[in-house]
Design a protein around this ligand. Structure first.
Ligand SMILES: C[S@@+](CC[C@H](N)C(=O)[O-])C[C@H]1O[C@@H](n2cnc3c(N)ncnc32)[C@H](O)[C@@H]1O
Length: 387
């Protein structure tokens, strides 16, 4: 265990209880009906009580529970269109187009939770799965607001300065990524991320954002973290700053975003990545966890865990985000799943603010898919269906 990653200050991802209790009158998966009980969209973290008693409405509910026998009959035999089983009704979602049911875990990509809003199954979805971003340098540079893209690798001077940041395994210090030397490859890597972001209707951002209506910047006070937040050494801080500057200048980490029919967008190493490399900072809108209890939770990351639950913070990458948002999670329930992990999310105190970084925990080969543990802190994101 690296010295600066040691200890009990591990990241806590926000997760969603898979268990949804049925209301006496209403069965999960039925349209126009309500469920009561544990809310699958209620973000929860390890140590947090499971006392959620919010009302959950099916995506198509729109009104009070229908109690007619007709409707009950109609859905009595509800079966998942993919696997044919009628089990796990709590995790059944109905398509607003064809009215067929699907288990959240049978869908590809898997749904983290029953959507709160209108939802269409893959056959009824009108938009293409992937909207390719144009292969035009100026458009790519504009999209990422790249400062002075030279298309060339780092200057020798900068490389020498950063040399002591690309550290040996033994030193356990954070390392700066090694960008591709071929400018076309850099553009292809950026284009792949632009494709994933635009397809997902997400704007690019490389900094945490504090939009009106969300938690204010002052709320991100790392000193409130229970047990204290991991501090950065001087060298680690220099590595972090250089890594951020390189991303801003288009010297991005050698990562490529691909679309996988089973997992949706995934991130792969486009060339070898050394152990301890800062792969990306986790980016999004910062908000109070209490404000996000009904979000679908896809990608919500714990940022600050305090003694007072109402001041706990999460990063929400649904509107603004970067590549970190597309990194896959391991299946915690299998040995093969656990073996895939090659990153960890570590939260650090940076100038008094909490930040979450994805860091390589071993050497990663070209072509390897990136994974970290969504449940690193005893939480229960439903990863048992993860591939
Ligand atoms: C934070 S997002 C990751 C990006 C996501 N693939 C996308 O296209 O937006 C988490 C979601 O990705 C999918 N996912 C992540 N890891 C997975 C895995 N190992 N197997 C299957 N699906 C996975 C699930 O749909 C999960 O709810």
């Amino acid at each position: 265990m690296p010295a600066n990653l040691r200890g009990n200050k591990r990241e806590r991802d926000v997760v969603f209880p898979a268990n949804v209790q049925e209301d006496q009158n209403c069965r999960p998966g039925q349209k126009g009906r309500e469920r009561r009980g544990s809310n699958p969209r209620r973000p929860s973290v390890a140590g947090e009580g499971r006392d959620d008693t919010l009302t959950v409405r099916d995506h198509n509910a729109g009104g009070a529970c229908e109690k007619s026998e007709d409707v009950a009959d109609k859905y009595a035999e509800l079966r998942c269109k993919s696997c044919g089983s009628g089990d796990s009704e709590a995790e059944m979602v109905l398509c607003d187009g064809c009215d067929l049911g699907f288990h959240t875990f049978c869908l590809r990509p898997i749904l983290a939770a029953v959507p709160a809003e209108e939802w269409f199954c893959p056959s009824c979805t009108k938009s293409p799965a992937v909207k390719e971003f144009p292969k035009i340098q100026t458009k790519i540079i504009d999209f990422f607001r790249i400062e002075k893209f030279s298309g060339a690798p780092e200057s020798k001077k900068r490389r020498r300065n950063s040399g002591n940041l690309t550290l040996s395994k033994r030193s356990r210090k954070l390392a700066v990524h090694n960008p591709s030397k071929d400018p076309d490859r850099l553009l292809e890597q950026m284009r792949s991320l632009a494709t994933a972001l635009t397809t997902s209707n997400i704007l690019y951002s490389d900094e945490l954002t504090y939009p009106p209506g969300c938690a204010p910047r002052e709320s991100n006070d790392a000193s409130l973290e229970i047990g204290g937040m991991q501090e950065m050494s001087k060298d680690d801080r220099a590595a972090y700053e250089l890594s951020k500057r390189m991303w801003r200048e288009g010297q991005v980490a050698p990562l490529i975003v691909k679309h996988d029919p089973g997992q949706g967008f995934v991130v792969e190493a486009d060339s070898a990545i050394k152990d301890m490399t800062i792969v990306a900072e986790y980016i999004g809108d910062v908000d109070y966890m209490k404000n996000r209890v009904n979000d679908d939770g896809n990608g919500i990351m714990g940022l600050l865990f305090t003694n007072n639950p109402s001041s706990e913070l999460v990063i929400c990458p649904d509107k603004r985000a970067n590549i970190a948002r597309f990194v896959s999670g391991i299946n915690n329930h299998t040995r093969e799943g656990k073996k895939k992990q090659n990153l960890r999310c570590i939260r650090f105190n940076v100038d008094g603010e909490a930040r979450a970084l994805l860091i390589a925990i071993r050497d990663i080969a070209k072509g390897e898919r990136l994974y970290y543990d969504y449940n690193a802190y005893k939480s229960d994101y439903p990863t048992q269906c993860f591939l």
